[in-house]
Design a binder for this molecule. Structure first.
Ligand SMILES: [Zn+2]
Length: 292
């Protein structure tokens, strides 16, 4: 039964790959298929463009430009003739490197918490060492255990320019050449074009995935503008949405977005949107909330 309520459910996905390829926090492809079947039964599947036009339904969103979205998700959506909205970071399309956020994810997945902290602290200068007893858990990661929550909180707070050199050394030791890894990790421009031609929608996830509200106005504008320009060049379409990295933004972010003609901003949590929509603060549901 299709719901007729005035609801917009926006589901957030990251890694979606076969069960056998787990090293990362992942949704197995078969679970994605199952979720899709359920969501299709309950809602019309729509785009963010539809939401701007006042439609109600379910929007499928995919963050971070991960290759899984091209190889595993896109064929399913194409076959089912339903749209998805994709948010790649543009720096990895341009420079073919792995961004600190994914370096952190891959390293944590491979090393697990204790070894990650150990290796990090061996390299990090004193002011950047991880002391788990001093980190306060954040409300942003309610599904993680205490230690994982603290490490994620720490990594989301430390600026990229301090974080990246440490992660890069750890990454190179464990995974080898970064460009080869990046090629397998992220979708490329041709794949994006392919997806656009089949009706998929693309939005901004910034250039390098920083926590926007910690940046100056100028840096925020650069991150957003650069990413918008680059995406519009690849897709040949105006970009009108952003998924805030880590779900974080501030009033300055929204001021910049309005000036640039962006109409929709997505947070990283919050549940279902009901009633009058606040388009720059749309809530999302993480995929693991749909599972149950
Ligand atoms: Zn992200």
């Amino acid at each position: 039964m299709i719901r007729t309520q005035q609801e917009v459910l926006i589901v957030m996905y990251h890694f979606i790959r076969p069960k056998t390829e787990l090293p990362y926090t992942t949704l197995p492809v078969e679970n994605f298929r199952r979720q899709l079947k359920y969501l299709k039964m309950k809602y019309p599947i729509i785009t963010l463009g539809d939401v701007i036009d006042g439609k109600h339904g379910c929007v499928l969103t995919f963050d971070d430009g991960i290759k899984d979205h091209y190889t595993n998700v896109f064929p399913i959506l194409k076959k089912e003739e339903i749209p998805g909205v994709f948010f790649p970071m543009t720096a990895c399309l341009q420079h073919k490197n792995v961004l600190p956020v994914q370096k952190g994810q891959c390293l944590r997945a491979k090393l697990h918490n204790n070894e990650f902290v150990l290796q990090w602290n061996e390299i990090a200068p004193d002011e950047c060492k991880i002391d788990l007893s001093k980190i306060k858990e954040s409300l942003g990661y309610p599904d993680d255990d205490k230690k994982t929550n603290k490490i994620k909180t720490f990594l989301s707070k430390i600026p990229n320019e301090k974080k990246d050199p440490i992660l890069s050394i750890m990454f190179k030791t464990l995974f080898g050449k970064e460009s080869a890894f990046a090629k397998k990790l992220y979708m490329n421009s041709n794949e994006i074009k392919d997806m656009v031609n089949a009706g998929m929608e693309f939005g901004i996830h910034t250039h390098t995935h920083p926590c926007l509200r910690k940046l100056t106005e100028d840096s925020q504008r650069r991150e957003i503008e650069q990413s918008k320009r680059y995406l519009e060049r690849i897709t040949g379409k105006p970009v009108s949405s952003i998924a805030y990295p880590y779900g974080k933004y501030n009033p300055t972010t929204i001021k910049i977005l309005k000036l640039l003609g962006i109409k929709v901003g997505l947070k990283a949590k919050g549940g279902i949107n009901t009633g009058k929509l606040d388009l720059f603060r749309l809530k999302r549901c993480d995929t693991n909330k749909i599972e149950n």
